[in-house]
Design a protein around this ligand. Structure first.
Ligand SMILES: [Fe+2]
Ligand SMILES: [Fe+2]
Length: 219
């Protein structure tokens, strides 16, 4: 947990790509970044479910509370994938998954696909728990970039981002609880938790950098 805090502190100041998107990107460039992450937004959290039966029951409850929020507490209008659909619609982008299959970069697929490994093929659940603990904890600071870009560009359906800034603070706590609950039932390997966190940090960071770079080249 201390190492994770240190990693997050180091990332707090943001990156040049983040600063560019927040303060300088055109609407067209921002739209290209939204398009780049459409496969993630449209399928949000669906690929987490296979981890549930692999966790002890109390850790299952903590991760389920996260998942319930991701799915709008059962209200489609609040589901994170629906918030992304609203954003895509405002920006004139299609809602059909197939449209994005050929537009999406290898860097983004690496981030998306790691969850299939983390939840289904991974030998130990620590990797997933460390990865999701990192992701939920990093998003409130990371998405301030997109919140600012939406404000600046007059995009009205930026709630996908502002909702994450709010709710992922709770998800950060739930994931730390999930780790403690797992640790209460069996010995946990902190090195594997840490590798999961570093893996996600590297993959999401690389995907974001590549998305902003491509948007600047393409627009
Ligand atoms: Fe979400
Ligand atoms: Fe979340």
């Amino acid at each position: 947990m201390a190492a994770l805090e240190g990693l997050l502190d180091g990332e707090q100041k943001g990156t040049p790509a983040g600063h560019y998107l927040a303060e300088e990107a055109s609407r067209e460039q921002f739209t290209l970044v939204v398009r780049e992450f459409a496969l993630d937004g449209l399928t949000e959290a669906q690929n987490f479910f296979p981890i549930i039966p692999r966790l002890p029951i109390r850790a299952q409850m903590a991760v389920m509370r996260v998942l319930i929020d991701e799915f709008g507490c059962g209200n489609l209008q609040q589901a994170h994938s629906q918030l992304y659909r609203n954003l895509l619609t405002e920006l004139g982008l299609p809602l059909d998954l197939n449209h994005y299959l050929d537009h999406t970069s290898d860097e983004t697929y690496a981030f998306l696909n790691v969850f299939y490994w983390l939840t289904q093929r991974v030998p130990d659940v620590e990797y997933f728990l460390g990865a999701l603990a990192y992701l939920e904890a990093s998003i409130p600071a990371a998405f301030t970039v997109q919140v600012r870009a939406c404000e600046r560009l007059g995009i009205t359906h930026g709630r996908y981002y502002s909702e994450h800034v709010h709710i992922d603070d709770f998800h950060r706590k739930e994931m730390q609880l999930a780790i403690r609950e797992c640790g209460a039932t069996r010995a946990m390997d902190p090195t594997k938790l840490w590798i999961g966190a570093l893996l996600l940090s590297e993959l999401i960071g690389t995907a974001f950098e590549a998305a902003v770079r491509r948007a600047r080249e393409e627009a």
